[in-house]
Design a protein around this ligand. Structure first.
Ligand SMILES: [Zn+2]
Length: 353
């Protein structure tokens, strides 16, 4: 039996292809590449999964989660940048921030939205890594449509659907983007499930990095549980400032792991997320599915094997709730497809238990 979970797809992801980000002042090659999504789709189609095209959705679901200022900035940023002198002098073709309204700068005052475009970027973007290129808005907006189409399928009764989203989204807060993410696809899907009639939703983030976006967006909400298992930011990993165990509360759980944790420790973390969803009495799951916890991924030191991802999928499937999977990280082109496939095959096996 092949995979039966629908894979929601959009060709528009290819429009997002920035060649560089800036890290500690140095341009570095991009690693969130179009080839990632193509590799995942190929692996899932090989396994027999049906591919469904993403349907257009109005902005309502987007604006239910994100500040209108962020959305409008992203929609027009690249064109505004091209119309400015910045691509010629000093010669930066993509939108990259340089000044950021940190609490230390503001000293308690409300930040203004700066007049200069070069500075305005910092009002909405919190790092220098996450450049906006010519097709970034179109791709990010299409990724939202993919996540919403997967949510539609689940609201219509499918046990699960997988959105092959790119660019990823789980680091985006209500008002700010960063971490190679622009719009929070999984948080938007979670709010959409709420608006579609699911009373209590859990966002269980398996990406190797903390799901700080959903944590921030739903921080004061009892109806949406946010839980994340990830490499401990105390060991020097993105997003550095957030993702600590002390941030856990009634409807937020962080499970930070030591570098090199491997399958058993990581799966115990996945169990803790599911236990939190059980206590929350969630009625549906959104799973931001990064596979960068995989052994050999340069973006995290967690050493999870393909068998580990399969076992995580099995646990999620056996949990028995309607589930929307949303693709997040995973950067090794040879393994990103097999790891997603193993997770979804595990899920379908677990459903039958
Ligand atoms: Zn990640």
């Amino acid at each position: 039996m092949g995979l039966s979970i629908p894979v929601v797809w959009t060709d528009s992801h290819r429009l997002h292809d920035p060649k560089t980000g800036v890290w500690i002042g140095v341009p570095i090659p991009a690693d969130e590449l179009p080839e990632r999504a193509e590799a995942i789709r190929a692996a899932l189609a090989d396994a027999g999964a049906p591919v469904v095209l993403a349907k257009d959705h109005p902005d309502d679901a987007l604006l239910a989660v994100h500040d209108p200022g962020l959305v409008e900035f992203l929609r027009g940023a690249w064109e505004a940048w091209q119309a400015s002198e910045l691509p010629r002098d000093p010669g930066q073709p993509d939108v990259v921030g340089y000044i950021f309204p940190t609490p230390g700068l503001l000293a308690g005052l409300e930040p203004r939205v700066p007049q200069a475009l070069s500075a305005r970027t910092g009002a909405y973007c919190y790092d220098t890594l996450t450049a906006v290129g010519s097709g970034t808005w179109a791709a990010a907006r299409a990724a939202v449509d993919a996540a919403l189409t997967a949510a539609d399928l689940v609201l219509a009764g499918a046990p699960a659907a997988y959105a092959c989203c790119r660019p990823p989204g789980h680091h985006v807060t209500r008002e700010a983007f960063g971490g190679s993410c622009y719009l929070n696809n999984s948080a938007i899907a979670a709010q959409y499930l709420r608006d579609g009639g699911c009373t209590r939703v859990a966002v269980l983030d398996l990406d190797a990095h903390h799901g700080n976006g959903a944590q921030a967006i739903f921080w004061e909400r009892a109806d949406v549980l946010t839980a994340s298992v990830h490499v401990d930011p105390a060991h020097g990993w993105f997003p550095h400032f957030l993702g600590f165990a002390e941030e856990s509360g009634e409807t937020n759980l962080n499970v930070p792991l030591e570098p090199g944790s491997g399958d058993d420790v990581w799966l115990a973390g996945v169990d803790a997320l599911l236990e939190a969803a059980r206590a929350h009495r969630s009625e549906a799951l959104v799973v931001p599915l990064g596979v960068d916890a995989g052994a050999g991924d340069p973006n995290s030191p967690l050493q999870v094997t393909e068998a580990g991802f399969r076992a995580a999928g099995r646990r999620l499937g056996a949990f028995g709730l309607p589930t929307v999977f949303v693709q997040e990280g995973g950067y090794v082109l040879d393994t990103v497809g097999p790891l997603v496939r193993a997770t979804l095959e595990g899920f379908e096996g677990g459903r039958k238990e």
